[in-house]
Write a new protein. Structure first.
Length: 172
């Protein structure tokens, strides 16, 4: 908020204007859908808009009969400016943007690579061997046949891999 210097005489006239036109601030707050719990806070910005209007009226740049409409618009503008200031997009660190762009790819290769590298550390050597073979075929029976293990053993391995995978995803 700017620092507006008023003389004692101007201050007393402004207080009269506030008493007379304070309803404009309330109307503007309702019109802009400001939540009730924030209205006291935004009321001060409305007062600033009323003060700006008062100072412009004092300088003679607007007519007395136009003051109410002008003040209403100035009040709304000050409140909207504050809302925009609060909702302004925050700056993001350059490093964060660069790192996030690495993971943006249509086929998600980088994400898969990171996931598999971390997940393979959790598996036992036998499970790791089965999992890598399974990724090539995506078929339990074929993988069992290629590794020359029984189907029941293959299904047991795939179940333990699924359980470890679920734990890995929810722990990480």
């Amino acid at each position: 908020m700017k620092n507006y210097a008023l003389s004692d005489e101007q201050e007393s006239r402004f207080l009269e204007v506030v008493e007379e036109h304070s309803s404009l601030i309330t109307i503007a707050l309702r019109k802009l859908n400001i939540p009730v719990n924030l209205r006291d806070e935004f009321y001060t910005f409305g007062l600033e808009g009323l003060l700006v209007s008062f100072l412009i009226l004092e300088e003679g740049e607007i007519e007395k009969q136009d003051f109410e409409r002008f003040a209403y618009v100035a009040i709304k503008r000050k409140i909207i400016d504050e809302i925009r200031r609060r909702n302004r997009k925050k700056e993001v660190a350059f490093d964060f943007v660069e790192n996030s762009k690495l993971f943006i790819s249509p086929n998600m290769d980088m994400v898969k690579f990171e996931f598999y590298n971390g997940f393979l550390e959790v598996l036992s050597p036998k499970e790791k061997k089965f999992f890598l073979a399974y990724l090539k075929t995506l078929n339990v029976k074929e993988t069992a046949k290629n590794l020359k293990i029984s189907k029941s053993n293959a299904y047991r391995l795939i179940e333990t891999i699924k359980l470890k995978g679920a734990k890995y995803m929810f722990v990480k």
